[in-house]
Design a protein. Structure first.
Lengths: 251, 260
């Protein structure tokens, strides 16, 4: 469904992503993990066409991202920050998206699912952060697309909404969708992820099933396995840093 | 694009600032009309207010709008829409909202107040046209700055500097140069200089139409002398339209390669 070939992204001198090769062809939940600033959001935004690659190609459902915008019909995206035009009512915001993407058959179902029916006539500027995130979730799930991209979907949610979201992601997995999500909540990853991508220092440090990671780090819990991998990577990184202090033989 | 224009308008026309802007023009126009009773004098006084205020409000309000919409723009860009439809729609929504609020503030008092002399609607229309062109030019500049500067403080500082330059500093430099080189023929230089400032162009455009020679100033007089009324008017309108196209061209360039 999604292929990334030799993808690079640099901002001036800062290399955010380097030589990323990924193929996400199987349905299921893929969690993108990594420390702050490791390039998780940039990777997601590259797939959405929001960020333009410095080098390399991205293909979604057979269409090259830079050459078209219609491929986004097969993606629904949940942005990390739920901020909407303050003077619009919730109902009007849903209408805006419906006018762009077409009438949604699932709209009312998800309004009820996330319990926001009483807010439809409220202006978005008057809503709490958690409620805005629920509206954000309705906007994302109200289209039955084969790919879902969720950037920190749990931000600001209460425990009830969190459980509802986890059940929903589970149901979507059963429905054979590709769900790409970034999160810092490891228990959530442990309970739903089929596939892990661990980004570090702009490269894919690990890509595989959670069980493989646990096996390779010899830890039974995912949290410990990830912490162990990060620690080892940090040692590697520091090692490289100390090495780089010495001039290279050819320079 | 229509969908984006409609949502932007719905959002903007509920903003308190748009009402303040309209009420301000309503009060100023009413006060001027009440004091002078001569529609021509009201138009000239309003012109001077529009020349200063419309660029400032378009720049600052435009920047506030773009920065406030940052996250929502990101969501729109992730929808199956070409980039320029999103920005074109938001720009049109902003210009329509600002122009409606300014034009309603100007025209309503002329409709309601009974003045001693009959109102020349052509002149009021030209005044509105100048207001609209300035709104277009400076809103496009605001879009350009909003896309160019991720940092809001830099964006606002650049916007304010642009306004200060065109509204105040430019004329100062212009006058200074005219004074220094007063012994040389300066007509062509004056013409060229006035093309490079949309606010000067807007002033010349309206004063040529109003046919008040005493208020034309040196630039206007040169325009009239070289091109006559009709061609002076055509040229200054064409140049103002070019002034809309220039920042918009910059917006298109930036928008097509910007990372969000």
């Amino acid at each position: 469904m999604i292929q990334l070939n030799q993808l690079y992204k640099t901002y001036g001198k800062l290399k955010v992503l380097r030589a990323i090769d990924l193929e996400l062809s199987k349905p299921g939940v893929t969690a993108i993990l990594g420390p702050n600033g490791s390039g998780k959001s940039t990777l997601i935004k590259l797939i959405l066409g929001l960020v333009i690659p410095s080098q390399g190609t991205i293909t979604v459902q057979g269409q090259k991202v830079r050459e078209s915008y219609s491929y986004r019909n097969s993606i629904s995206y949940l942005p990390q920050i739920a901020r909407f035009p303050e003077n619009l009512k919730v109902k009007e915001l849903l209408q805006v998206i419906e006018e762009i993407r077409g009438k949604s058959a699932l709209r009312d179902h998800f309004i009820q699912y996330f319990g926001v029916e009483s807010y439809l006539e409220n202006r978005l500027g008057h809503l709490s952060g958690g409620t805005r995130q629920k509206i954000n979730l309705v906007l994302t799930f109200m289209y039955d697309t084969p790919i879902r991209i969720l950037d920190e979907p749990t931000a600001g949610l209460d425990p009830i909404a969190l459980v509802a979201l986890r059940n929903l992601i589970e149901a979507e997995r059963q429905a054979e969708k590709l769900i790409l999500l970034t999160t810092h909540i490891i228990p959530l990853v442990e309970s739903i992820a089929d596939d892990l991508i661990f980004l570090l220092d702009g490269t894919v440090h690990f890509h595989g099933a959670p069980a493989e990671l646990k096996q390779s780090t010899k830890h039974s819990g995912l949290e410990e396995a990830i912490a162990n991998m990060m620690l080892n990577a940090k040692k590697d990184y520091n090692g490289r840093m100390s090495l780089s202090l010495h001039p290279a033989p050819n320079s | 694009m229509k969908k984006i224009i409609v949502y932007s308008l719905k959002d903007l026309l509920r903003s308190n600032w748009i009402y303040f802007y309209s009420i301000f023009f309503l009060l100023i126009t009413s006060a001027l009309a009440w004091m002078s009773q001569d529609p021509l004098k009201v138009v000239v006084s309003l012109l001077n207010i529009i020349l200063i205020l419309v660029p400032l409000v378009s720049l600052l309000f435009g920047l506030v709008y773009i920065y406030n919409m940052r996250e929502f723009t990101e969501l729109l860009l992730a929808q199956p829409l070409p980039r320029m439809q999103v920005f074109g729609g938001q720009f049109a929504g902003l210009v329509i909202a600002l122009a409606l609020s300014c034009l309603s503030g100007i025209t309503i008092p002329f409709l309601l107040l009974r003045l001693q002399h009959p109102v020349e609607w052509g002149q009021v229309g030209m005044l509105g046209g100048v207001g609209l062109l300035l709104t277009l030019i400076f809103s496009a500049m605001a879009f350009f700055l909003g896309l160019r500067f991720e940092n809001r403080i830099k964006g606002f500082a650049a916007g304010f500097m642009i306004w200060l330059f065109f509204a105040v500093i430019y004329d100062g430099i212009f006058l200074w140069l005219l004074a220094i080189f007063q012994n040389y023929p300066l007509e062509k230089f004056t013409l060229a200089m006035s093309w490079m400032n949309p606010i000067d162009l807007a002033r010349t455009l309206l004063l040529l139409q109003l046919d008040i020679s005493s208020l034309l100033g040196y630039t206007g007089a040169v325009f009239q002398h070289f091109l006559g009324h009709f061609w002076g008017w055509v040229l200054s309108s064409a140049l103002l339209i070019l002034w809309v196209a220039l920042p918009w061209w910059g917006v298109r360039r930036l928008a097509s390669r910007k990372d969000f």
